[in-house]
Design a protein around this ligand. Structure first.
Ligand code: ZN
Length: 166
C-alpha cells in the first residue's frame, strides 16, 4: 500500500488486495500460513487447488490471471494484455512480496530473478510479461528510489491507457 502511494497510486493502494479480509480468503490464509511463502502455495499442495486463490484472482485486477478468459475462436484460454495501471500495481506487488518472503536476503535483483525463472512468465500474455520484465530490470539496474519515480511517471502518464510501449 505504501509503495503504491509513493508511485501516486492512492486509490489502488487503498484497495489493493482488500478481498483478503473476506472469510473466503482470510480463513484459509490463517489455516495454511507458513511465513516463507504464500498460504496459497501450501493450500494448493495439500488440496491440489486453492479456493482462496480462485476467490482472490477473480476480484483483484493486478493479477494477470484476472485477465484470462475463454474467447470465441480460440481453442485455449486466452491471457489478455493487462491495462497499464494494473500492470504497474503488479510490479509493485512483486517487489513487496519479494521483501516479505526474502526478508534480510532481499536484493533489488530478487523480483526480476523470481519473475523470469517462474512458469507464469512463459504462460501469461507475452506483451505484459515483457513490460513487467522491463520494469523489474529497471529496478535491478537503477535501485528502488529511481525505479519508483519512474513507475510514478508512467502511472501519471498512462493510468487510463489500455496499453503501453517502451
Ligand atoms: Zn493480490
Amino acid at each position: 500500500m505504501f509503495t503504491c502511494f509513493k508511485c501516486g497510486m492512492y486509490a489502488q493502494g487503498l484497495k489493493h488486495d482488500l478481498s483478503k479480509f473476506s472469510p473466503s480468503e482470510f480463513i484459509p490464509s490463517v489455516k495454511y500460513f507458513q511465513g516463507f511463502r504464500s498460504p496459497i502455495s501450501k493450500e494448493k499442495q495439500v488440496k491440489g487447488y486453492s479456493e482462496c486463490w480462485l476467490h482472490h484472482k477473480g476480484r483483484n485486477k493486478h493479477h494477470w490471471e484476472y485477465w484470462t478468459d475463454r474467447i470465441d475462436g480460440h481453442l485455449e484460454i486466452v491471457s489478455l494484455e493487462m491495462p497499464v495501471r494494473y500492470m504497474l500495481e503488479s510490479v509493485i506487488d512483486r517487489i513487496s512480496a519479494s521483501k516479505v518472503y526474502k526478508k534480510e536476503m532481499y536484493t533489488e535483483n530478487e523480483p526480476l530473478n523470481f519473475f523470469v525463472n517462474s512458469r507464469e512468465y512463459k504462460v501469461m500474455n507475452q506483451k505484459t510479461a515483457e513490460q513487467i520484465r522491463y520494469l523489474l530490470q529497471y529496478l535491478a539496474d537503477n535501485g528502488e528510489e529511481k525505479a519508483l519515480a519512474y513507475y510514478k511517471s508512467l502511472y501519471k502518464k498512462h493510468k487510463y491507457d489500455r496499453t503501453i510501449s517502451f
